[in-house]
Design a protein around this ligand. Structure first.
Ligand code: NAD
Length: 262
C-alpha cells in the first residue's frame, strides 16, 4: 500500500499517449481514476477494465470535450460524485497545429488555446474548492518545452504552453500556504500519436522513411536523440504527488533529453 492508495485522480486526455502513461503510474500507486479523452466506445470500455483488473483500482471514463468549459466543470463534479473525492488533477489533454502565423487557421488557433490553455484554467477552477475542503491536492499541468522556448510554425501551441506555465505559477502562489501544490511538467519529444503525425508529415515532405524522419526530428532539438517516454513522465507525476514534493510550488520541470539545456 502506498500513501496515495485510495486517492482519486482525473487525468484529462488519458485515452492515449502521455496521459495514459501518467494514469497507469497513478493506478499502480492505488489511485482511482477518471479517464478522459476520445476513442471508440469498445476501446474505452476495454481500457477501463484492463486498468482496473491490472491495478485493483476503480476506473471510469468521462467523455467531456476539453474545449467546452461547461463539460469540464461537469466532469469534475462527476468525478467527485463517483469517488467521493478528487485529489489529483492532471491537466494533460492537448492538440497541435503546425503552420506559419500568416496562414494559421483562426479556428485552429482558437481550438489549441481552448484545449491546451483554457481547459487548464477551467479544470483547476472547478477542482480547487473540493481540494481545499478536503485539505490536500495535487495539480499537475503537462506543459512542454514549448512553454519555455519556441519553434517555428507552432504559434498557438507555444503561446498556450507559455500560458500554462504562467497559470501554474499563479495557482501555486494562491495555494502556497496550503497542502495543495501546482506544478508543470515540460516534456521534450515523446513518441505519441501527436508527434507521430509530425514525423509522418516530415517524412512525406522530405521524401524519406518514417524512421529517418523520426531520427531527424530528434537530432534537430533533442540532444539525447531518444524519445522521452510516457512511463518516465508518469513516474515524475507520481513524485509530484509525494510528501517529498510537498513544497515544490510553481515549478516547471523539464524532462526533455537536454532540449532546453542548449
Ligand atoms: P496524444 O494525441 O497521444 O493524446 C492526447 C489526448 O488528449 C488523447 O487522449 C485525446 O483523445 C485527448 N484529447 C484531444 N482533444 C481533446 C478534447 N477536445 N477533449 C478531450 N480530450 C481530448 O498526445 P500526447 O503527445 O500524449 O500529448 C499529451 C499532452 O502532452 C499534450 O498537452 C501535449 O501538448 C503534451 N506534450 C506532448 C509532447 C510530445 O512530444 N508528445 C511533448 C510535450 C508536451
Amino acid at each position: 500500500m502506498t500513501h496515495l492508495h485510495g486517492k482519486a485522480a482525473l487525468v484529462t486526455g488519458s485515452t492515449s499517449g502521455i496521459g495514459l502513461g501518467v494514469a497507469r503510474k497513478l493506478a499502480a500507486q492505488g489511485v482511482d481514476l477518471m479517464l478522459n479523452g476520445f476513442g471508440d466506445a469498445s476501446y474505452i470500455t476495454d481500457l477501463c477494465g484492463s486498468l482496473s483488473d491490472e491495478f485493483g483500482v476503480r476506473v471510469d471514463h468521462n467523455g467531456a470535450d476539453m474545449s467546452k468549459p461547461e463539460q469540464i466543470e461537469a466532469m469534475v463534479a462527476a468525478t467527485e460524485a463517483e469517488f467521493g473525492r478528487l485529489d489529483i488533477l492532471v491537466n494533460n489533454a492537448g492538440i497541435q497545429h503546425v503552420s506559419p502565423v500568416e496562414s494559421f487557421p483562426v479556428e485552429r488557433w482558437d481550438a489549441v488555446i481552448a484545449i491546451n490553455l483554457s481547459a487548464v484554467f477551467h479544470g483547476t477552477r472547478a477542482a480547487l474548492p473540493g481540494m481545499k475542503t478536503r485539505g490536500w491536492g495535487r495539480i499537475i499541468n503537462i506543459a512542454s518545452v514549448h512553454g519555455m522556448v519556441a519553434s517555428v510554425n507552432k504559434a498557438a501551441y507555444v503561446a498556450a504552453k507559455h500560458g500554462v506555465i504562467g497559470l501554474t505559477k499563479v495557482v501555486a502562489l494562491e495555494t502556497a500556504e496550503s497542502p495543495i501544490t501546482c506544478n508543470a511538467i515540460c516534456p521534450g519529444w515523446v513518441l505519441t500519436p501527436l508527434v507521430q503525425k509530425q514525423i509522418d508529415a516530415l517524412a512525406a515532405s522530405k521524401g524519406v522513411s518514417v524512421e529517418e524522419a523520426g531520427r531527424e526530428l530528434l537530432s534537430e532539438k533533442q540532444p539525447s536523440k531518444s524519445f522521452v517516454t510516457p512511463e518516465q513522465l508518469g513516474d515524475l507525476a507520481v513524485f509530484l504527488c509525494s510528501d517529498a514534493a510537498g513544497n515544490m510550488r510553481g515549478a516547471a520541470l523539464t524532462m526533455d533529453g537536454g532540449w532546453t539545456a542548449q
